[in-house]
Design a protein around this ligand. Structure first.
Ligand code: ADP
Ligand code: ASP
Ligand code: MG
Length: 404
């Protein structure tokens, strides 16, 4: 009498205390009662992951990544067991599983592992027994049999991976807001809830700083064509659907996002001749340093400047590498600034509408915000700003495109 296979993911705030866990147990068991197979993915309670990171720092300021994952994966274990106990107490059959028990094979990259495959045999066996299956998000096991984690916010990706591996009928991401908005609704009170958004736009928003979904979860949902619903575990209102085509809203811009995890590095006074960009960026790539916005000045008096942005946590590595090579490349100086932020607008509509960039820049000008760097693609425009201008900039841009 099984109606459907439903994957439901609950984030940290949805399981932060006993009351919230009981609320989640209510949602899960009512889905189960309707005759569905239910796989639940949970994150660590509240700020547990941050607290564990702090605890580690008290003991060792450079712990090995392996031990860090051993520690961080414990947060999700607590939530999974507690939720299973709540469901048990309500009288339903349930089992909780850790990442390795649920078949999450990952790469060995501790702290940022990628899911290679989900062997869902154990989950299937449990579902066949008509059990509700609670799985820890954010974690898996590598080829050495060691625990790995998927990167901050990675539980969303765990949920989508199960949905993809098991061909689930529905994948619901329950969080503390009732959908995807045109900007972070906690910061922009006028933000508008979207009834749907396309994978491509959601992927850009998530990558550009909208933390509501882990970007790799969106990438995977797109790849396997899994429709996602982002909704609140508290209001039970209809959420936002993330799917191939969002035909409901034909909006020019679907959202504004901000990313503070960024730093700018400039190599000044390098000779204006062929091959330097190649040398610089291939060395960075070889070190696994991802470069985002790149800006090169035109040559003047035989020299030029090259600036680019990297994730804040890669800044020191990037500077060290450049300094080692500065003399060889003929650079006069290397400067950096992590007091910056990146503000972006995303929208499939901008591809066919000229003038969107000008409107964004006008909004910034209206608040006297200076732009340091600009980058564009078919469906996004990003600007690098002084960090102190970030919130004002998002506000002004949101107001420009969506009104107050
Ligand atoms: P969870 O713990 O459930 O995974 P997260 O904190 O990771 O929740 O993500 C939800 C948060 O994302 C919201 O509380 C909200 O502040 C933030 N957010 C940022 N941008 C957006 C957006 N465009 N739409 C909705 N929420 C957003
Ligand atoms: N608990 C992990 C984190 O805080 C994973 C997640 O919440 O998705 O990043
Ligand atoms: Mg999250």
């Amino acid at each position: 009498m099984c109606m459907a296979l439903i994957v439901q993911k609950f984030g940290g705030s949805s399981v932060k205390d006993a009351e919230r866990i009981n609320n989640v147990a209510d949602i899960v068991t009512s889905t189960y009662k309707e005759g569905n197979d239910v796989v639940v993915v949970v994150s660590a309670q509240g700020d547990t992951t941050d607290d564990l990171i702090e605890k580690a720092a008290e003991i060792n300021d450079k712990p090995s990544k392996r031990e860090m994952d051993m520690l961080l994966s414990s947060g999700e274990q607590i939530s999974a067991a507690l939720l299973a106990m709540a469901i048990e107490r309500m009288g339903y059959p349930v089992v909780s599983l850790l990442g390795w028990q649920a078949g999450f094979d990952t790469t060995s990259d501790y702290g940022n592992a990628r899911i290679k495959r989900v062997n869902a045999t154990r989950i299937e066996q449990e579902l066949d027994k008509r059990r509700i299956v609670v799985v820890t998000g954010f974690q898996g096991v590598n080829r050495f049999g060691d625990m790995t984690t998927l990167g901050r916010g990675g539980s969303d990706t765990s949920a989508v991976a199960i949905a993809a591996a098991m061909h689930a009928d529905l994948c619901q991401i329950f969080t503390d807001v009732d959908g995807v908005y045109t900007a972070d609704p906690r910061k922009i009170p006028g933000a508008i809830k979207l009834s749907s958004i396309s994978y491509d736009e959601m992927l850009e928003l998530a990558t550009l700083g909208a933390q509501v979904l882990h970007n790799r979860s969106v990438e995977m949902a797109k790849k396997y064509n899994i429709e996602l619903e982002v909704l609140s575990s508290l209001t039970r209102r209809k959420g936002t659907i993330v799917k191939e085509e969002s035909n409901v809203e034909k909006m020019l811009i679907s959202g504004v996002a901000k990313d503070d995890n960024i730093a700018r590095i400039s190599i000044l006074g390098v000779p204006d001749k062929p091959g330097l960009a190649f040398k610089i960026f291939s060395r960075l790539a070889a070190k696994g340093i991802n470069v985002d916005i790149i800006l090169q000045s035109i040559g003047r008096n035989g020299t030029k400047d090259i600036s680019f942005t990297v994730d804040k946590n890669k800044m020191d590595d990037a500077i060290a590498l450049l300094q080692q090579n500065a003399e060889k490349w003929g650079a006069s100086n290397i400067v950096s600034d992590d007091n910056v932020t990146k503000v972006s607008i995303v929208g499939a509509g901008m591809e066919t509408h000229p003038g969107v960039a000008a409107e964004m820049f006008e909004a910034l000008f209206s608040r006297n915000v200076n732009i340091q760097m600009i980058s564009t693609s078919e469906i996004k425009i990003s600007v690098l700003l002084n960090k102190a201008d970030g919130d004002r900039a998002v506000e002004a841009i949101h107001e420009k495109f969506f009104g107050q």
